[in-house]
Design a protein around this ligand. Structure first.
Ligand SMILES: *Cc1c(COP(=O)(O)O)cnc(C)c1O
Length: 437
């Protein structure tokens, strides 16, 4: 179902905004209901005392996994977009999520905690709905040590799962694709996590982790392509954002639309958050994903329809500096849901990611990893492109644009070593001057 025009445009790898013709048209697939999000929220609350015990950096926040909502006045002003219609710009700072340093803290921690709770129940260490703090006791650790958690990852999911699993006493094994960054592997090894490297791409690393777990009843495999526990953990973020917007005095309703721009890899994190946001605000929130030009797996899957279609199938190579987004095939769990809930997808060139990473550092003093900066061009795509303006018009949003709130979701970077940040900024500066030349 991919039109030849869209195919040709995607193959040029110049960056584009695709709006979803199925948006609001299709039914929500069976199996998605608000129950999962509520269960995840309650579980994360029961884990607060446990997390505050395990991680000193979480003690101050009482064990809550939260990130700030920051305003972006300088970037908004520098955009050159008209003040009357550009609305109010914000950054959801998940790059600063504690312990894991990325959005993966949300889904990843939730899934490991759910598994630990299940093991605890099986061994009579706790009762349903008990506080999870008991899992930090020596007796509980002795039980958890008999189990193992495995995951396949391009990097950040491995960090989140590996660090949480190891902290609880589980054996932890992370299968990484060759494009994962060296410092991430090193950090995991330093925490006692076994890192297995694979020469193929992300999907191969996932397959290896899955095979390992199938051969061993005491190994839990975190399946980034299929997991409900990950998805539900991500969805919890929506209520956190709602509370922060309210505190900031930002209303969301028909006269005050909310636009959210989320970097997308396999689709679990941005898909879970979109689901959560749609559950809260329905048609008044408009979610767009950002993907690298070489890895637009969600765009390709939604445009192709139901047949699984990867970026390789259309002649792209899935090679990008944005390691967290280097995924060839979208999640088969999340894609059918996004077919009706997602407003659109824009693609970003690696060069632009580097320049944006520098832009936000200079304008707001925020250090992101390049993947995490992918959402930044969102407001411009919406307000300043033909496809974006057509969407605004079709949704009848023109008259209320001035009252809109734009939230760019930043997804990783606070654990990135300073030398890496410097390298990103040097690359950004070089690319910016070559673009201007
Ligand atoms: C994983 C990741 C994403 C996207 O999450 P998916 O669930 O793979 O779609 C975005 N940004 C960063 C930095 C990530 O690590």
């Amino acid at each position: 179902m991919l039109s030849s025009t869209l195919l040709a445009e995607l193959r040029q790898q110049q960056g584009l905004l695709w709006t979803n013709p199925g948006y609001g048209q299709l039914p929500v697939p069976a199996g998605f209901d608000a129950q999962g999000t509520a269960v995840a929220r309650a579980r994360l609350q029961r884990a607060e005392r446990l997390l505050a015990t395990l991680f000193p950096e979480l003690a101050a926040a009482g064990g809550r996994i939260t990130s700030p909502l920051l305003s972006l006045p300088t970037l908004a002003a520098q955009s050159g977009l008209p003040e009357a219609t550009r609305g109010s710009w914000w950054l959801k700072a998940d790059h600063a999520l504690p312990v894991a340093g990325s959005i993966k803290a949300r889904g990843g921690f939730h899934e490991v905690l759910a598994f630990a709770e299940a093991v605890g129940l099986r061994h009579g260490l706790l009762q349903p709905c008990d506080d999870l703090a008991v899992l930090a006791t020596p007796a509980a650790r002795a039980v958890l040590q008999q189990y193992r958690v495995a995951v396949g990852s391009t990097g950040n999911l491995g960090m989140s799962i590996g660090l949480m699993a190891a902290a609880l006493g589980f054996g932890a094994e992370v299968h990484m694709s060759i494009d994962a960054k060296e410092w991430k592997k090193q950090r995991l090894r330093n925490h006692g996590v076994k890192v297995v490297e694979h020469t193929g791409d992300y999907a191969k690393a996932v397959a290896a982790g899955r095979a390992l777990a199938e051969a061993d009843a005491r190994t839990h495999f975190v399946d980034d392509e299929q997991s409900r526990d990950l998805f539900d953990g991500y969805a919890v973020a929506a209520e956190e954002l709602a509370a922060q917007l309210q505190q900031a005095g930002r209303v969301v309703d028909a006269a005050h639309p909310l636009f959210v721009y989320l970097p997308c890899g396999v689709g679990g994190a941005p898909g879970g958050i979109t689901w959560g946001l749609k559950s809260l605000w329905g048609p008044h929130v408009h979610c767009f994903f950002a993907e690298p030009v070489a890895s637009p797996c969600m765009l390709v899957q939604l445009a192709a329809g139901e047949t699984p279609t990867s970026v390789y199938d259309i002649g792209l190579d899935n090679r990008t500096e944005a390691d967290g987004l280097a995924v060839g095939l979208a999640s088969p769990l999340v894609a059918p849901l996004m077919a009706s809930q997602l407003s659109g997808v824009f693609t970003v060139r690696d060069e632009a990611l580097m320049v944006q990473t520098l832009d936000i550092y200079e304008a707001e003093g925020i250090a992101l990893e390049p993947s995490a900066a992918a959402g930044l061009p969102g407001p411009r795509w919406l307000l300043d492109s033909a496809a974006g303006q057509a969407y605004v018009q079709q949704q009848g949003l023109g008259p209320v644009l001035g009252e809109a709130t734009h939230v760019v979701w930043a997804t990783g970077g606070s654990l990135v070593p300073e030398v890496e940040h410097q390298r990103f900024r040097e690359q950004g500066a070089r690319l910016r001057s070559s673009l201007q030349a």
